[in-house]
Design a protein around this ligand. Structure first.
Ligand code: APR
Ligand code: MG
Length: 195
């Protein structure tokens, strides 16, 4: 999306008929696991490798047949993640931000939903059976939230990937605002200020 601008939901919903709306969701769950028996994972956070080779969040375009943004989002989650996405519903209360790009005219709404680790693992296990798997979705990935001793491995290296639209900024904001990182570790990352 060229010329991306952040706006609040009211402004986004008043953009008019020339705009397409898309919704994407960050799914996360507390994870007590330890990498190498010593590095706390803290949370399992899901992203996906998209058909265009970029990382993004599950979700997609809201259709005229969808009765709300969230209906469209939950339908897209079902298409991209499979039937385990029916075990939960992303609601307006999970909404976090909107970003509009002018070429093409797309406004992307972002949500974050907390699951149990069992729910998230069920999504991962069943995702290869989803309608869009191998097509629009090339696979789910977890985001490493730690930084290894070399100061690069883990989250800093992950952030060097190519991201679709506002996905990198959405990820960093969610990690900060939902307090998913180890306290103090966030100051070393280049995170955009709160708006
Ligand atoms: N932040 C901002 N914009 C995003 C994000 C994000 N995190 N993720 C995706 N977008 C943009 C994409 O650039 C795209 O313009 O939102 C739009 C829709 O999102 P997708 O998930 O790509 O859409 P989806 O409905 O899942 O399917 C892709 O789009 O281009 C068509 O024909 C293509 O059928 C395909 C469909
Ligand atoms: Mg999609």
């Amino acid at each position: 999306m060229a010329g991306v601008r952040r706006m609040d939901l009211g402004e986004a919903l008043a953009l008019g008929p020339g705009w397409r709306h898309a919704c994407h969701a960050l799914l996360y769950a507390p994870d007590p696991g330890m990498l190498f028996g010593r590095i706390p994972l803290r949370y399992a956070v899901l992203m996906q490798m998209r058909f265009d080779g970029r990382l993004g969040f599950p979700g997609g375009f809201v259709d005229a047949q969808d009765s709300s943004l969230e209906d469209g989002l939950n339908r897209e989650l079902w298409e991209e993640l499979g039937d385990t996405a029916s075990a939960f519903r992303v609601e307006r209360t999970d909404y976090r931000s909107s970003h509009a790009g002018t070429r093409p005219r797309v406004v992307a709404h972002f949500y974050a939903k907390r699951l149990t680790l069992e729910q998230l693992q069920a999504v991962e296990a069943r995702a290869p059976q989803a309608k869009d798997h191998g097509l629009e979705v090339l696979g789910l990935v977890r985001v490493p939230l730690y930084t290894l001793r070399d100061g690069v491995g883990g989250l800093p290296a992950f952030l060097e990937n190519s991201f679709i639209g506002a996905a990198r900024e959405q990820l960093l904001e969610a990690l900060r605002d939902l307090e998913l990182l180890e306290p103090g570790s966030i100051s070393n990352l280049k995170i955009p200020p709160s708006k």
